[in-house]
Design a protein around this ligand. Structure first.
Ligand SMILES: [Zn+2]
Length: 99
């Protein structure tokens, strides 16, 4: 396991750390609230980015066609960080079709 330190994209000084928060999103006309959702929080300015893989997974679970408004905002996360997430996305897709 390598040390995964990421600098804050907002202030460039703080280090963003993995935490949990309550995530809100809209699926069509319904508001969806997800407690304990993984996110990254800057220890200096408090800037928060939702975990990209988790947001994507949630979108796939709730509705494959649903837009995720916060997705664009966090597109600057290095692509190498997502390889492990891709596997779980595929898993959740398979799980979904089995339902
Ligand atoms: Zn910051």
């Amino acid at each position: 396991m390598n040390e995964d330190k990421r600098y804050c994209p907002e202030c460039q000084v703080g280090i963003i750390q993995r935490k949990k928060g309550t995530y809100y999103t809209w699926i069509e006309n319904e508001m969806v609230i997800v407690p304990d959702f993984p996110c990254w929080v800057c220890d200096v300015c408090g800037h928060r980015d939702w975990d990209q893989g988790a947001v994507f997974n949630l979108g796939m679970i709730l509705s494959p066609a649903a837009g995720t408004p916060t997705f664009d905002r966090i597109a600057n996360i290095p692509s190498g960080a997502n390889s492990e997430k891709d596997k779980s996305i595929r898993k959740s897709k398979a799980h979904r079709s089995a339902l």
